[in-house]
Design a protein around this ligand. Structure first.
Ligand SMILES: Cc1ncc(COP(=O)(O)O)c(C=O)c1O
Length: 383
């Protein structure tokens, strides 16, 4: 109807203008809320690459060359030269034989897991594995067991009891856990998966980039991990995801991962931004070193103030316990110009509501010290 079309086009114009105004004002590690600028601890843009001039230039050039949309799925005509270039770059970055690009991390996990296992097979997943891994597991139809969070002994218990009852077996874990910021005991998990004849899918969404080439590399086990999945949406500052694996497995995914087959491929602009981001991360390990150094400083200072603080990464959870208390504290931080989100059940286990701080390279020492000062004040109020 004409009336509705007029209404929609007016809304669209206003929306675009509002977005542009916001972009104008956007600064790294800052977020605008009702005209106030807050220090932002809720972003996954860990290395500040979302606004990096090199990514913007790569995307802009690709945009003018290839246009806005890719036009089709990869298996139709949506496989452009940059997709192949990015896949070679990812394989090099991960030291893998091959790599395949997906449209998002969620899509990668929900496509690959059902391609790998099905009815009659079994999945052993860390209890706190990301929703996309669990959704992939449920879609697959395989039997799902969830072992205690980052507990290799718990995984061993399930393997001893259950592995022999199923045909194929897949272990699922994140490297750096998104809500807890802690790190999986990967070397032990890889030993176990080899001993019991399983494959492993490692989700490096919060590890790749934030820890250089990721946790599997850092721990020297990457060659023994069957499939490494990473997202471009976090430390790489962009969008999309990848899977690094053997050439044979890539070929298998191309022909069996439904999210890959039945979805339009990412546009060249995003793919070229991802190529630029990957180069920056590979050539500048000092960026992630710096990020982890300031995260350790922040975590230790909070512990000294008496907070219960978890994690070993750029994700710093301050465990509060009660949901309402975590909301109150988040509101007080907001009043002081700081955005850290209260994360509550069911996203985290009952009784473990928390403030989640994501540290980014763009946070200055002043930002961090100011936030510590505010947290110290809140601690004293609570005492
Ligand atoms: C551990 C983990 N895996 C996968 C995803 C999904 O990635 P994407 O945002 O690219 O879909 C996320 C994002 O929230 C995540 O935290």
């Amino acid at each position: 109807m004409e009336r509705i079309e007029r209404y929609l086009s007016k809304r669209a114009e206003e929306g675009t203008l509002r977005t542009l105004r916001k972009l104008d004002e956007r600064r790294p590690a800052r977020v605008n809320e009702n005209g106030r600028e807050l220090i932002d601890f809720s972003s996954n843009d860990y290395l500040g690459l979302s606004n990096d001039a090199r990514l913007i230039e790569a995307a802009s050039i690709a945009l003018s060359f290839w246009g806005v949309g890719s036009g089709a799925s990869r298996l139709m005509s949506g496989s452009l030269a940059p997709h192949h270039e990015l896949e070679s770059a990812v394989a090099g970055f991960e030291g893998a034989e091959a790599a395949l690009v997906f449209n998002s991390g969620y899509q990668a996990n929900t496509s690959i897991i059902p391609a790998l296992v099905g009815r009659g097979d079994v999945i052993f997943a860390d209890r706190l594995s990301h929703a996309s891994q669990i959704d992939g597991a449920m879609l697959s139809g395989a039997k799902l067991f969830r072992y205690e969070h980052i507990c290799a002994d718990s995984l061993l218990g399930f393997l001893e009891k259950e592995r022999a009852n199923y045909v194929e077996a897949l272990v699922l874990t994140e490297s750096v856990f998104s809500m807890d910021g802690d790190i999986a005991p990967l070397a032990e998990i890889v030993d176990l998966k080899e001993r019991f004849g399983c494959a492993i899918l490692l989700d490096e969404a919060h590890g790749a980039g934030a820890f250089g080439r990721g946790i599997a590399h850092k721990l020297g086990v990457s060659a023994r991990v069957d499939i490494i999945m990473g997202t471009f949406s976090k430390a790489f500052g962009s969008f999309g995801a990848y899977v690094a694996c053997s050439a044979l497995m890539k070929d298998y995914f191309v022909n069996s991962a439904r999210g890959f087959i039945y979805s339009t491929s990412l546009p060249a602009s995003i793919i070229c931004a991802n190529i630029a981001a990957l180069k920056i991360v590979a050539n500048h390990p000092e960026m992630s070193d710096e990020l982890q150094k300031s995260s350790t400083y922040f975590r230790e200072q909070l512990r000294n103030q008496g907070w219960q603080v978890g994690g070993k990464s750029q994700i710093v959870p301050v465990i509060i316990g009660e949901s309402q208390m975590s909301l109150d504290l988040a509101a007080k931080l907001n009043d002081a110009g700081i955005r850290a989100l209260a994360i509550r059940p069911p996203t985290v286990p009952k009784g473990s509501a928390r403030l989640r701080f994501s540290l980014c390279l763009a946070h200055s020492k002043e930002d961090i010290d100011y936030t510590l000062e505010v947290m110290d004040g809140l601690r004293q109020l609570m005492a």
